[in-house]
Design a protein. Structure first.
Length: 192
């Protein structure tokens, strides 16, 4: 009877420990700024490596028209969305990384700021999109577009922030050569 009592106390202690650990995990998930159902840093959600970039024609914030063929070889295309907490965290890191590259060339980095998803406060989202574009302008060609805009559609972007390295190779159609944070590290930006 003594051994049965000891075993019962041991099982009860293990159950209590398991309950405490489970509650701690749930509390940490609930406290995450982007919620428990979303990854901490969404980086993929578009074309996979090797896929051909779709056709598009659009105009940068500086008035220059670009197409998928203007991306050139060794180009990085980054997507940020106004109202996106992971985008807010990633933007300063991205700007700093691009600014630190040798011979940074605005033609080698394209930044797409997406806004206008029909949120509850469109004016705040528009203001944030303008601020994001202003922060990106010194280091990249900047595009602003709606969630279903031509560049977002051409890359099949479904998660923000997203980054893609693009290569053309001998005049071929542009293809994705890397995705996520590896996109910036994979490309010798500045050679386009």
């Amino acid at each position: 009877m003594f051994y049965l009592s000891v075993a019962l106390v041991a099982v009860a202690a293990l159950c209590a420990l398991d309950l405490m650990l489970t509650l701690a995990v749930l509390r940490r998930l609930r406290d995450r700024p982007d919620g428990p159902d979303k990854p901490a840093e969404a980086e993929e959600g578009g074309l996979p490596v090797g896929a051909t970039v779709g056709a598009f024609t659009t105009v940068c914030t500086d008035g220059v028209e670009i197409t998928e063929h203007d991306l050139g070889d060794d180009c990085v295309v980054a997507f940020f969305s106004a109202g996106c907490p992971p985008c807010r965290r990633r933007l300063p890191v991205f700007v700093k990384q691009v600014a630190a590259l040798p011979e940074t060339d605005r033609r080698a980095v394209v930044a797409v700021v997406v806004s206008g998803g029909g949120g509850s406060d469109d004016s705040a989202e528009a203001a944030e999109a303008l601020e994001m574009a202003a922060r990106l302008a010194p280091v990249a060609r900047v595009l602003r577009e709606e969630p279903d805009g031509p560049v977002t559609t051409a890359f099949g972007v479904q998660a923000f922030p997203s980054q893609f390295a693009v290569g053309t190779g001998f005049g071929a159609a542009p293809r994705v050569t890397a995705v996520g944070r590896a996109a910036l590290a994979a490309q010798p930006v500045g050679s386009a």
